[in-house]
Ligand binder design. Sequence first.
Ligand SMILES: NC(=O)c1ccc[n+]([C@@H]2O[C@H](COP(=O)([O-])OP(=O)(O)OC[C@H]3O[C@@H](n4cnc5c(N)ncnc54)[C@H](OP(=O)(O)O)[C@@H]3O)[C@@H](O)[C@H]2O)c1
Length: 223
Amino acid sequence: MIRDLINKLFGKNVQPAMTAQQRDTHKENNTMTNYTIFGTGNMATAIAGVLTNGGATVTLISREDSATAPLDGDVVVFAVPYPAVEEILANRSAELSGKTVIDITNPLNFDTFDELVVPVGSSAAAEIQAKLPDSSVLKAFNTTFAATLSTGKVGDLTTTVLVAGDDEAAKAALVEDVTAGGLDALDAGSLKRAHELEAVGFLQLTLAGAEKIGWTGGFGLVK
Ligand SMILES: NC(=O)c1ccc[n+]([C@@H]2O[C@H](COP(=O)([O-])OP(=O)(O)OC[C@H]3O[C@@H](n4cnc5c(N)ncnc54)[C@H](OP(=O)(O)O)[C@@H]3O)[C@@H](O)[C@H]2O)c1
């Protein structure tokens, strides 16, 4: 009964990184997955590495091109600071209609390092979804430091990307692309769970900022 409840809450179990053979098959079948990433920094580069490893096509958009670069991807990733998302939305909202939008931000108050800037009980992802009612917003990658995406490891564990969102098909597609890229991925539930994912990301950041853990470490998931 508890297992039924867990399955109901979390949907699929953790999807482990694909085997080499599964990855080759995925690459052959994955010609349609096309990602556009806002940002060219640590996370944009690391996420692009994972996705291209899995056979996806990825284009990065630099800050200077962020108002004008074509949004060719079916999936658009915001790999920029949370305040920058607002600027991008001011220019590009209409073009995001019908697309999957992945929010990876940790919306910290970087002046105090002591609170999130989103309304209590909400999340950056929920705020973005409210501004993009015709897009499918997913929360992902915010609980994994860039280094652990690049190496594929948190300590001895395979890095697990946690994904939350209300669009089951969009979530499943991201989980598949991440596992094809060599990482584990977990459907963490509905977009409401972005609140908890942002709390985890916030805590992990404060631990690293205080040098209690390294930027190559962080939370891992044992199945
Ligand atoms: N680093 C991590 O381990 C980590 C982990 C989880 C989540 N995150 C989240 O991931 C996001 C990106 O972090 P990051 O570490 O990749 O940062 P980063 O290395 O500093 O890269 C940020 C990127 O955003 C661009 N940018 C900044 N302001 C912009 C604006 N107004 N319009 C368009 N583009 C803008 C930057 O352009 P310029 O280079 O020209 O400034 C840069 O390409 C943040 O929201 C962060 O909270 C980071």
